[in-house]
Design a protein around this ligand. Structure first.
Ligand SMILES: C[S@@+](CC[C@H](N)C(=O)[O-])C[C@H]1O[C@@H](n2cnc3c(N)ncnc32)[C@H](O)[C@@H]1O
Length: 218
């Protein structure tokens, strides 16, 4: 006899009693300190924003206290990276720091040889790509330019590799540059392949050291 013809036994299932979790979102200090040590980022006068964002992060993952989150962050690198991605701001645009970019180009021209540039933090790519475009516009041959972009935010680096931008990211570019280096598709601006061939690394610890060093030097 096939098993599905057998009469099912009456199994009386015990009703699962709902577990009530008490939320304990108090004492943010250890998390603030941990985040600063890991990234170099301080929230200073924006602690309320930090607290609200952390609470939302916890609730989305059924984590009920800052203390519990801290334990998880120390043991789970995936959640830790999600946490860093969630709390870092990557908004930027092309030709944002034009004065610095021009100085970089002048330096490269004087060197007149192959040059390696480290762009830290590179966020979603606007800054390293701006440097590349400015170098090409100044007549520096493409094979002399090697730019590496690094950032602590994994999603930012993925976007940098895709190099698809919105109006607000390209608003500072002269029209002639825009037409030369981008392809417009609906409301998006796609960077042309010859500019996209940069390196993008992801090494938070290295970047953290670099940024902290820079900070100490100031
Ligand atoms: C507002 S963006 C600036 C990007 C670029 N330098 C520019 O001016 O266009 C700030 C970036 O710094 C990154 N960042 C913050 N702390 C970092 C750290 N310790 N190591 C690496 N990247 C970091 C963030 O992920 C974010 O992408």
């Amino acid at each position: 006899m096939f098993s599905f013809f057998k009469k099912k036994k009456n199994i009386v299932k015990e009703k699962e009693s709902p577990v009530s979790h008490v939320e304990k979102f108090s004492n943010i200090e250890p998390l603030l300190k941990y985040f600063q040590e890991e990234t170099g980022i301080t929230f200073e006068e924006q602690i309320d924003i930090f607290i609200n964002k952390v609470i939302l992060f916890c609730k989305q993952r059924n984590i009920y206290s800052f203390c519990e989150l801290m334990k998880i962050l120390k043991n789970d690198n995936i959640i830790k990276q999600d946490f860093v991605d969630y709390l870092t701001t990557n908004e930027t645009y092309f030709y944002r720091e034009l004065k610095q970019i021009k100085q970089c180009v002048e330096f490269a021209k004087k060197e007149n040889k192959s040059i390696k540039i480290l762009c830290a933090p590179s966020a979603t790519g606007e800054e390293p790509y701006s440097i590349a475009i400015a170098m090409l516009e100044a007549g520096i041959p493409a094979n002399q330019i090697h730019i590496t972009g690094i950032d602590i935010n994994r999603e930012a680096l993925q976007k940098a590799k895709q190099a698809i931008y919105k109006e607000r990211n390209i608003h500072n570019l002269p029209l002639q540059i825009l037409e030369k280096y981008f392809i417009k598709e609906n409301d998006k601006y796609l960077l042309k392949e010859n500019i996209k061939s940069l390196d993008f690394l992801h090494n938070p610890k290295l970047v953290q050291k670099l940024l902290l060093l820079k900070h100490e030097e100031l």
